[in-house]
Ligand binder design. Structure first.
Ligand code: ZN
Length: 264
């Protein structure tokens, strides 16, 4: 199932996306759900809208945290002159970094080098700690697409990555959460990024250094994970800078495409 959050007139609501996975967005519909599916389960109502009549927002605003994984693709680590680490390397992004599909990101005035990074994002469904790799599916709500925007100049200049990775708008998420994938289904998915329609990243999750099971298990050994927490699993090679007026579209096979606009 594809779980989205959307706005029709007032407060955001959750909905179930209906229609063929490859159908154009104007042919999709959204069935309104009762309440919050993270806590009340998936309870469809009788109300539905055409997707083109609603505005999708970020499918989740994490209540506590987004954990990113750095250097999880050998070719991406190499393109920035870095080694592949022996264990997953984590950083945090605050929940104020989240924006939804199609939303504009204001590039921070203190950076001249903001880079896109297309990523598979894991959405946690249940409070957990010290999760064994073989039980990761029990704690995952679903998967979405992330764009781990990074101010490359600040990342090099600052002692910590907080500003470089956590500025407002640095974590576009969406368009929805796919709940139908098991962790084994994420072992060979295509991840692409287009910049103004040109393919710039084209990787597969089979090339990740650490897979979803290892990552979620390792993250949970450092942090208690709460429902709605998000883990970004790293990006393939081909990262590059974005400028105001440009647009990116990150796609993860089997999940969907996340469009982001940039402005100053
Ligand atoms: Zn990243």
């Amino acid at each position: 199932m594809r779980i989205a959050r959307f706005v029709v007139d007032a407060e955001p609501q959750y909905g179930l996306i209906e229609g063929e996975p490859d159908a154009p967005q104007q042919d999709l519909e959204v069935v309104v759900l009762h309440g919050d599916p993270f806590f009340q389960g998936i309870q469809p109502t009788a109300t539905r809208h055409r997707l083109s009549d609603v505005r999708l927002v970020a499918p989740i605003i994490p209540r506590s945290k987004i954990v990113g994984v750095g250097r999880n693709w050998a070719d991406h680590a190499a393109e920035l002159g870095n080694q592949v680490p022996d264990s997953p390397q984590f950083f945090l992004k605050p929940n104020t970094s989240v924006v939804g599909p199609g939303e504009p990101v204001t590039l921070p005035p203190w950076s001249e080098q903001v880079s896109y990074e297309a990523e598979l994002a894991v959405v946690i469904g249940t409070i957990c700690k010290d999760v064994p790799a073989e039980r990761v599916d029990d704690v995952v709500f679903g998967y979405t697409v992330g764009n781990d925007l990074t101010a490359r100049d600040a990342q090099k200049a600052d002692l910590q990555w907080a500003r470089a990775k956590g500025f407002d708008g640095s974590c576009p998420l969406g368009p929805w959460i796919e709940t139908g994938l098991k962790s084994t289904d994420t072992e060979d998915l295509g991840i692409r990024m287009e910049l103004d329609g040109t393919l710039v990243q084209d990787g597969r999750t089979s090339d990740m250094v650490f897979g979803v099971r290892e990552i979620v298990s390792a993250v949970s050994q450092a942090f208690t994970l709460l429902p709605g927490d998000v883990i970004l699993t790293g990006t393939p090679a081909g990262v590059g800078l974005v400028e105001a007026g440009q647009r990116t579209e990150a796609t993860v096979e089997g999940i969907g495409s996340l469009r982001t606009l940039y402005r100053r």
